[in-house]
Design a protein around this ligand. Structure first.
Ligand code: NDP
Length: 488
């Protein structure tokens, strides 16, 4: 299955857009639109993803005249090509895992075509809900491509908008594999448009998207092979958790190949050949050239900030190290009236980070001195199966910060959850705490279990407040839970 074959008709997408547009017309506007081609606004936000929507709504609630420009679907990557559809599919995959364990005699299996219909319904519902909420707040939604033609002027089609402040919240796009034939690989954006699944898939990458999609799609019956450049998965996560996850994925049938460098993709009789070089892990310099054939290939090698074509560089807006818009701590670019947040800047590319940045910026620009979110301690999750939740320092980062390994202690527990036992499984879950040996302060918490993301979100507050291991040990456990493994 090639990328193009995998792409379905656009009927669903046009149906979704029609539903959204209908809803736009049903909601009465608040009469902020000025007639004529040139109009005034306090705040023009380009991009209606998580960050842009949050900033636009907050600014409008604070009384600013806000125009939000979007050329695609409301909700951006999170709603349409990221968090929401992925999380729903991971629920389906998780249910399939439990059902196939409990009901192995009936072969309880989740069906992709049924799942994707339910995912699309939720995406459409969210687009309508977002649109309503924006209009209720008084944000004017303008459809089209925006170009910033002056530090205080945005052009959308034939309309020019003069604005005191401009916010670029245009997100990021999947990177294309930089090898011959790289365009044959699809991106995670494409997966959510698949009507049916390929029988086999090569996943290139070892980060969030690669791990999540490998896990989800294998649960839907796809034969998955992963080509990972490093010698481990999830380079930014704690090594023990990543190692445990690799074992869990392998046990579920995902074939993992580490130390690989993809060199070429070729079309081969309706399939794709992915050629790669595998470094000799023993260091004898005997690299091996291999090929893996599958019906489809997925490149999950990161996402690049997307702000070309907006005309920003000619105005003096600068690029930062990783390709995002260079901004200061107040999200202001080198052009003082132009701000940027979320995936369009360097930093953590996570939906809640963009949302927090957008709200804080709107507060700051339009009257309220909001508290800045703590961007140094951001909880994060990988929605694979079992899921990973993580907050704070990894063991390696804590040792690097402390200077000496003996200054850091770890508490590691492995256990089989009741959920897994009920499904007849043996897969161990894992909890790891990274602790300052002298003060007892917990510096990082890392978990692998399907409950991990929910637990780690709450634990992030405790870490921010300086929780010590002794606090956890003297808090009475709630039994039977997965969270109790962190206590006692
Ligand atoms: P990540 O940055 O997480 O991972 C990229 C992976 O691709 C790394 O393993 C990297 O290897 C590898 N890679 C990079 N270039 C190449 C190459 N040329 N050939 C082979 N491998 C390569 O990116 P993702 O695409 O997985 O996700 C993009 C962003 O989206 C993430 O940074 C995350 O912020 C966000 N996201 C968040 C999710 C969540 O919160 N649950 C879910 C999905 C996405 P190396 O380590 O060697 O560089």
């Amino acid at each position: 299955m090639t990328k193009r074959q995998a792409r379905p008709t656009t009927e669903r997408q046009s149906a979704r857009r029609a539903t959204t547009e209908q809803a736009v017309e049903q909601v009465p506007r608040r009469g902020r639109r000025k007639p004529g081609p040139q109009r005034e606004a306090d705040f023009v936000v380009i991009g209606a993803g998580s960050g842009g929507v949050a900033a636009a709504r907050r600014a409008a609630v604070l009384g600013a005249r806000v125009v939000l420009v979007e050329r695609g679907e409301i909700g951006g990557t999170c709603v349409n090509r990221g968090c929401v559809p992925k999380k729903m599919l991971s629920y389906g995959a998780g249910l399939a895992a439990i059902l196939s364990g409990c009901l192995s005699h009936t072969g309880g299996k989740e069906d992709w075509s049924d799942a994707i219909v339910r995912v699309n319904a939720e995406m459409a519902r969210l687009q309508v809900a977002y649109t309503h909420r924006l209009q209720e707040a008084g944000v004017e939604l303008l459809r089209g491509d925006a170009t910033v033609i002056a530090p205080d002027q945005v052009q959308v089609g034939a309309q020019a908008i003069r604005a005191k402040r401009i916010l670029v919240a245009t997100g990021a796009r999947p990177r294309t594999l930089p090898v011959p034939g790289g365009e044959l690989a699809c991106s995670s954006d494409d997966i959510f448009t698949w009507q049916s699944l390929p029988a086999s898939l090569v996943v290139i990458g070892g980060g969030y998207v690669a791990v999540e999609q490998a896990s989800i799609l294998s649960r839907y019956g796809v034969k998955v092979e992963m080509l990972v450049r490093e010698d481990r998965l999830l380079a930014r996560f704690d090594h023990e958790i990543a190692h445990a996850l690799a074992e869990a994925l392998a046990a579920k049938g995902v074939r993992l190949h580490f130390n690989t460098e993809v060199t070429l993709l070729n079309q081969a009789n309706g399939a794709i050949d992915v050629c790669y070089r595998q470094r000799d892990a023993a260091g004898n310099g005997e690299d091996r050239i291999r090929t893996v054939r599958a019906q489809a290939a997925l490149a999950a090698i990161g996402r690049a900030p997307h702000w070309e074509g907006l005309g920003l560089e000619t105005l003096g807006v600068q690029k930062a190290e990783k390709g995002g818009i260079r901004v200061d701590r107040s999200f202001r670019s080198r052009v003082r009236s132009i701000h940027a947040i979320g995936d369009a800047i360097d930093g953590l590319h996570l939906t809640p980070v963009a949302t927090a940045q957008g709200r804080w910026l709107a507060d700051r620009l339009f009257g309220r001195r909001g508290d800045r979110a703590d961007f140094d301690l951001v909880p994060t999750a990988v929605f694979c199966e079992p899921a990973i939740g993580s907050v704070g320092l990894t063991e390696a980062a804590a040792i690097a910060a402390a200077g000496k390994p003996e200054r850091i202690e770890t508490v590691v527990r492995r256990f089989v959850s009741l959920e897994t036992r009920f499904a007849g499984g043996e897969q161990a879950s894992m909890v790891k705490l990274v602790v300052n040996a002298r003060s007892g302060r917990v510096l990082g918490a890392h978990m692998m279990d399907n409950a991990a993301p929910e637990i780690v979100q709450a634990l992030a507050v405790a870490l921010r407040l300086g929780v010590k291991l002794s606090h956890l040990q003297t808090t009475v456990q709630l039994h039977p839970t997965v969270a109790e493994e962190l206590f006692g």
